[in-house]
Design a binder for this molecule. Structure first.
Ligand code: PLP
Length: 486
């Protein structure tokens, strides 16, 4: 059976109706419509009952996996549960209905929220000021690097065209540097998974604009040499950029600003309450230390002495990164999330995320290969099964997890290990859920030895079986009609 056989798409029956509309009070305006714009025939829409529509969409939604339906331990993405009330607050008509070109006097409350979120994020990260304009993490990286370049250029230091990026970095780091016109220089990791300071030293000279770091890094490991690294980079005249996508375990515990970072971005759609994934809207606010405030991109929200807000720009800014003032709905969720946690409870996020990750790691490390056996932060990386004698790969394990109702972790990233499985449970999961996941992972490890064919054919119970991802990307079938014809 093909997966779409379970779903009937052609449900329309002539004359069937699933809606009722209020009485038309617009007849006058309809009369005013030019004749040529009026319909002469009814539109060809499906005619279905309400119940058919409800079942159709509910069945479709059940074919998908989401954080509302099950555990989602996707590393580096922080797919945690984000309270629904933050969505509701962001959707209040006064927030949702505003327009970016409205007169500034009519959006004073929204600008106040922009300003207060800037100050909350500054307090959490130890930075002096933020721009909330960038739309994503990678967009924040580009913004931050433009600020870095602008800083050097304004000082007449035009030789600094290189950025150091660790070999464990997320792919967006070197990509953003290249987009910004900077040359990427790689620094190696030690066998313990953190930056090799001895490899870094000889790279530092007067052509270095700065270094991009993720801390904890993409292996979930805290860069313990960070103070030494900050000193070395600053001594050579460079700046430190912090990729804040992994900020989750540090919230309320440690601040990048205190570690010596000059510029950073946060992924509000990872750490601060907008669900990540599915290509939905995000936000990548960029924070800077005091000496870089003037280079933050335009436009800026400025609080005047009498308490009212204006939108301004300045000449030394690193240009403009977005048309207006960012993705307000995403900013609003972060604001609601931070206020509801408050100073006191925000401290619990990091330690709980760290505890959950270490718990899973310790419970599974006798079945899965743990290349770096040390205390991790919010996520950790296995290098496939411990016993790989039956040829079972990380892909097979990931596919089999779907049969047991768990989303797969991130696989084959970071690139440092061939069979990488990167697990991030987040702070929002219960011990029962973690135990359920651990039991299933152990069972899969056993199946790999006793019944490897079963794993190679997995998943067996999902609406879609194992996909040919290359063909799916190269010859996508995008409509039901195409699918039925194929
Ligand atoms: C997700 C992520 C990014 C990129 O963020 P986007 O919002 O997806 O552009 C950068 N660095 C790290 C470490 C990440 O996990």
């Amino acid at each position: 059976m093909k997966y779409y056989d379970k779903l009937i798409f052609e449900l329309s029956k002539e004359g069937r109706q699933g809606f009722s509309l209020p009485e038309n009070t617009w007849s006058q305006s309809l009369d005013a419509l030019p004749e040529k714009l009026k319909r002469t025939q009814r539109p060809a829409l499906p005619e279905v009952s309400e119940l058919d529509v409800v079942r159709h969409y509910t069945n479709l939604s059940n074919m998908n996996f989401g954080v509302d339906t099950g555990f989602y331990p996707l590393g580096s993405c922080t797919m945690k549960y984000n309270p629904k009330i933050n969505d509701e607050i962001a959707a209040l008509p006064g927030f949702q209905g505003i327009h970016p070109l409205q007169p500034v006097e009519t959006v004073q409350g929204v600008l106040q929220i922009y300003d207060e979120l800037d100050r909350a994020l500054s307090a959490i990260t130890g930075m002096a000021k933020f721009t909330l304009n960038p739309f994503a993490g990678a967009h924040g990286e580009l913004t931050g690097l433009m600020i870095m370049r602008q800083y050097h250029l304004q000082r007449g230091d035009s030789k600094r065209t290189k950025v150091i990026v660790p070999d464990s970095a997320h792919g967006t780091n070197p990509a953003s540097a290249a987009v910004c016109g900077l040359e990427v220089v790689e620094v190696k990791s030690t066998p313990q998974g953190t930056i090799d300071v001895e490899d870094l030293r000889p790279l530092l000279d007067d052509t270095i604009a700065g270094i991009m770091m993720t801390n904890p890094n993409t292996l979930g490991l805290f860069e313990t040499e960070i103070l030494e690294i900050a000193k070395l980079v600053h001594d050579c005249g460079g700046l430190l950029y912090y990729d804040g996508a992994n900020m989750n375990p540090l919230v309320g515990v440690a601040r990048p600003g205190d570690m010596g970072f000059d510029i950073l971005h946060l992924n509000l759609h990872k750490t601060f309450s907008t669900p990540h994934g599915g290509g939905g809207p995000g936000a990548g606010p960029v924070g800077v230390a005091a000496h870089l405030i003037e280079y933050l991109p335009n436009p800026k929200v400025v609080r005047q002495e009498d308490g009212h807000y204006t939108i301004e720009g300045n000449d030394t800014a690193a240009g403009r990164i977005s048309g207006f003032m960012g993705n307000f709905g995403v900013l609003m969720r972060a604001y609601a999330y931070i206020l509801r946690l408050g100073r006191q409870h925000v401290k619990k996020v990091g330690p709980l995320a760290t505890l959950n990750a270490n718990y899973i790691k310790e419970e599974l490390k006798d079945c899965f290969k743990l290349p770096i056996d040390t205390c991790c932060k919010h996520e950790f990386v296995f290098d496939g099964l411990k016993d790989q004698s039956t040829g079972i790969t990380t892909l097979d394990v990931a596919k089999r997890l779907l049969d047991y109702g768990f989303h797969a972790p991130t696989i084959y990233f970071p690139l440092l290990f061939h069979q990488a499985i990167m697990i991030e449970p987040t702070e929002t999961e219960s011990k029962e859920t973690l135990d359920g996941f651990i039991a299933v992972m152990r069972r899969i490890a056993q199946e790999a030895l006793e019944n490897p064919e079963k794993l190679r054919g997995a998943p067996h119970h999902t609406p879609v079986r194992r996909l040919d991802e290359t063909t799916a990307a190269k010859q996508p079938v995008l409509t039901f009609a195409d699918l039925a014809a194929s």
